[in-house]
Design a protein around this ligand. Structure first.
Ligand SMILES: C[S@@+](CC[C@H](N)C(=O)[O-])C[C@H]1O[C@@H](n2cnc3c(N)ncnc32)[C@H](O)[C@@H]1O
Length: 389
């Protein structure tokens, strides 16, 4: 007798639009690649029969592509600041038999400029990003457009609803489903005052004054992070390093100071966020104009950078991916740093002292030295030796 096919519930999204295999990026099938808010939104769309064959759908902040994949038979444009999220969508389209071009995606920070009929928003971790997106929507919503947002109830605060109310118009929320909620927005076209305050900026004084520009999604957008400050204060100076990478560069503040302290070096800035790379590039150009060469790469860790090619890698590792916390990305960054370093090259990082980077570096590089120790943060350095692991 044939055995019934076992459905792996962690990988199979079952919604009224169909059954889809869905994975995270980086792949980790012990964790589900969607949440109850995705299911709730897809169920709701099915019940109200809102989407039509030709109506343009804009999806914002879809973490691993659950929404865009389930709605891929409609004309969908998926905007995401995260390249990892976009790669997840592409992989998930392919796994489910769609070509990657089935869903249009952004390749920079710009929003689509054409009018859209339906906008579906997953509430992002950074409220500033949501604020920026709501202002951008004003320009592309027409009189019959619908806006529906979805999120886990713990990510929807009073201030979140106020943003919708004050930028777009009257807003209501639904009952909860598995601790998630929908936000239904009615666009009031008479509300047009104000504009996105992003990118914004702050002044940083180190060897000179810098104005640090930050797009909406950025880490530590309004001031220098204390960890980054400790690393900047313990930057190698005139160390003879010719090729330096700022990995997970955010606004590029670490690489910027590395460039100032090492005038002969060529810098590479890497981040998986489009807004981070746009900010880092603006900040570097403002500081050095055309006098210094640098590369700016949107990529997963050090994707696209050759092995054995860099003298120094600087990192202030992330501890979040979207709404989840963990050190998996940091660990991948350390391994990739080791790959690109020349023999004798250095990895210098700042990390929260409780996160155990010392042990990780020792394991990976066979050595680790504490360069500075603050209340909360440590600056550590590891040297790549030809004979280490
Ligand atoms: C703690 S922030 C540090 C930002 C900046 N270096 C600073 O010190 O202000 C970590 C950065 O890592 C980036 N990041 C997260 N995952 C990444 C990945 N897989 N590849 C590249 N960058 C990543 C985030 O977008 C974020 O900008």
């Amino acid at each position: 007798m044939n055995q019934p096919l076992a459905i792996d519930k962690r990988k199979t999204l079952l919604v009224p639009q169909g059954e889809f295999e869905l994975h995270r990026n980086p792949r980790d099938d012990s964790l589900q690649a969607w949440d109850a808010a995705d299911e709730f939104l897809l169920q709701h769309l099915h019940e109200i029969q809102l989407l039509t064959r030709h109506g343009k759908v804009l999806i914002l902040n879809d973490a691993f592509g659950a929404l865009a994949l389930a709605l891929a038979d409609y004309p969908v444009y998926s905007w995401n600041d995260s390249l990892l999220a976009q790669q997840a969508l592409r992989d998930n389209l392919l796994v489910n038999g769609y070509p990657v071009e089935q869903v249009k995606t952004n390749s920079g920070i710009d929003f689509p400029s054409v009018a859209v009929d339906n906008v579906l928003i997953k509430i992002p971790k950074t409220q500033a990003l949501l604020e920026h997106q709501l202002y951008a929507l004003r320009g592309i919503l027409h009189h019959d457009s619908h806006v529906i947002a979805a999120g886990m109830a713990r990510h929807i605060h009073h201030s979140t609803l106020e943003l919708f109310e004050s930028i777009l118009g009257p807003t209501t929320t639904t009952r909860a489903f598995k601790k998630s909620r929908l936000i239904l927005v009615e666009r009031d076209h008479s509300m047009n005052e104000g504009q996105s305050p992003y990118p914004d900026s702050y002044e940083l004084v180190v060897d000179r004054r810098y104005r640090i520009v930050n797009h909406a999604s950025l880490f530590s957008r309004d001031r220098l992070d204390r960890g980054s400050r400790l690393l900047i204060e313990h930057m190698p100076v005139d160390a003879g390093y010719r090729r330096i990478v700022d990995l997970g560069c955010g606004n590029g503040v670490i690489g910027l100071i590395a460039a100032a302290m090492n005038p002969g070096a060529e810098l590479t800035f890497c981040d998986e966020s489009f807004m981070a790379i746009a900010s880092a590039e603006a900040n570097f150009r403002a500081a050095f104009a055309a006098t210094r060469r640098a590369q700016f790469k949107v990529g997963d860790c050090l994707q696209g950078i050759a092995g054995l090619s860099q003298d120094l890698v600087l990192i202030n590792p992330p501890f979040h991916q979207q709404h989840s916390v963990g050190d998996a990305v940091a660990w991948r960054m350390l391994k990739d740093a080791r790959r690109v370093l020349v023999d004798g090259g250095e990895l210098r990082l700042v990390g929260n002292r409780h996160l155990g980077y010392h042990a990780k570096l020792k394991k990976l590089f066979g050595n680790c030295e504490t360069i500075a120790s603050g209340k909360k943060y440590l600056v550590l350095r590891a040297l790549k030796r030809a004979d280490s692991e």
